[in-house]
Design a protein around this ligand. Sequence first.
Ligand SMILES: Cc1ncc(COP(=O)(O)O)c(C=O)c1O
Length: 461
Amino acid sequence: MVSTKILLDEEEIPKQWYCILPDLPKPLPPIIDPKKKSPGPGIVPQIFPKEILAQEMSTERWIDIPEEVRDVYRLWRPTPLFRAVRLEKILKTPAKIYYKYEGVSPPGSHKPNTAVAQAYYNMKEGKERMTTETGAGQWGSALAFGCMFFNLKCTVYMVKTSYNQKPYRRILMELWGAEVYASPSTKTEAGRKILAEDPNNPGSLGIAISEAVEDALTHEETNYGIGSVFNHVLLHQTVIGQEAKKQLELLEEYPDIIFGCIGGGSSFSGLFWPFYYDKVSGKAIKDVKFVAVEPTACPSVTKGEYMYDHGDTARLTPLVKMHTLGHEFIPAPIHAGGLRYHGIAPTISILSQEKELETRAYDQVEVFDAARLFARTEGIIPAPEPSHAIKGVIDEALKCRETGEEETILFLLCGHGHFDMQAYDDYLQGKLPPYEYPEEEVKKAIKKLKELYPWLEKLPY
Ligand SMILES: Cc1ncc(COP(=O)(O)O)c(C=O)c1O
């Protein structure tokens, strides 16, 4: 009988996070302050606590996890690692498929790994409130959860389409004590401006970020928390990969290939960074490959341009070099698979540019097909986001069936899909068409960005 669920004891919750920055093949290009047209953090120091800023630029590989944070992690960590034997069987593959499951956290995803840490550092710095944005509500509910443990108030700007169509995550946030506004809202200058131009604007993550950042900037006792993209967020997620490595060690296994989905890149980085560290420090037993999967509806890396752009629509945030679809990107309402951010973590971009990482894109129908097969074999209902990784894994396992290769595949099931029933219902009723973001739109957005900042191309980074 193959053991299908590998658990660790509480003491095995990692005591440090791993920071990839000292191990990147090239240093990250600096952040650019558009007002000065030169390197500078812009508003960033005004919205994050000092400890987080230090982590953002850390030259240290290992950063201690505060005991107070580990104490909250104990509620759900260490998370289980499963072997997907039933999926392997139905695919008739010689590959072994393992997945690390983060859906056991109370908010149902990997997001609280960083939310709890961010709330802790803000509390330590004497802040009283945190603001943030959320799409369908995964990140907002994680921050509401984190703030609750450290007695901070929490304000969440939720993309209007989700606010109206998906009330359950809003209710969850409110239950954990957060106040939630549909974005664009009348609470902020950025929101009011957009509503004046287009009262029916459906909202986007870029707009919601502008609102949350403005709220933090204009209130002294308030800071902003971000759920992905930034280095410190990805760093906090590395508890995932460190645990997975230990769990595989118990089985005397090491992955040949690791899959994860990417929206901003935090969950996948949390899984693969510790294996990347093995690689660069000469400890890897195999030449492990990393594959990031994104939707064809929001193809930030596969179709986006690697250039400086803002993280938000109102251009409050400084310019960061990353793959981007342009900061005015609004996802097609028909897209149900999550992962809707126009940019990506700069570390994902640089690793992809340096060919350390492969990126693939799938459309929502093939992704939901994969999710259904997973639910019907493994039982767990995956969130649409990690279902992109599942599709990648299924393709890889089928390739192994052809070649006879006995690969060990690892992927991150970063959340459950219990709040995504509307998307599943639409899928089951055949209402979700395959959708690909048009190349033309990307070109238009990039042209606009280059016209906005013609000096960008002259920068030496
Ligand atoms: C369950 C889940 N997975 C993945 C993501 C994508 O973000 P990231 O790439 O930072 O993990 C999200 C984003 O909200 C999410 O809710």
